[in-house]
Design a protein around this ligand. Sequence first.
Ligand code: CDP
Ligand code: CDP
Length: 214
Amino acid sequence: MPLVIAVDGPAAAGKGTLARRLAAALGLPYLDTGLLYRATGRRVLGHGADPRDPAAAEAAARGLTPADLARADLRGPEADMAASAVAAIPVVRTALLDWQRDFGRRHGAVLDGRDIGTVVFPEAPVKLFVTASPEERARRRFLELRARGAAADPAQVLAELQARDEQDSRRAVAPLVPAADAAVLDTTALDAEAAFAAAMAVITERLREVSPLA
Ligand code: CDP
Ligand code: CDP
């Protein structure tokens, strides 16, 4: 199978920033799997339904189109919580699984999410679990919101981020947890550049282990 790199971790840890850079450096396609859950949550809200409703959420996941993934309203507190709500529903996760696997198997990929190393690609040779302290992650998310011109209160950003992490960690199916063979990268004191360098060092080492002649 072509090279698949799993990048998992909690909210605003810098998964997307890192995964996008790794994909560019390694010449691999990149998939932000959070977008699938965000778009599903948005579709449910758009139909006036409850994101916790399994039937409505499954229908929304099965009906996703490229246009849904390109919507401008997939970020922000409402979209965050709707994504996390639909993501806790097993039939939603099943509906999105094959699509993610097909994407990775076609040409290899860097995928970021919560369950890439545990469920979507448990056989991936390289798994990174990117994290940072809740305060640092909230600071990063706050700065992003402010840069987008969105009104944000730092304490509220932290509270919502922790509530979502808890919901994602406690769910019965595909909870947020590092794979047993993931390299944990704590970026609390690292900027994006340093996190990239640390991740590349892990990847080089892992690939040497699985293919000693490389
Ligand atoms: O995908 P995830 O929600 O984990 O994070 P992101 O969308 O990549 O956003 C992380 C934010 O923190 C971005 O604004 C980055 O510039 C910044 N950042 C980072 O990604 N990595 C660091 N080590 C430090 C800051
Ligand atoms: O960027 P951020 O880390 O805040 O969120 P995201 O990666 O876009 O994911 C949004 C939500 O989708 C998460 O809070 C999870 O509930 C869900 N998700 C998931 O369950 N599994 C994935 N592979 C990716 C996202």
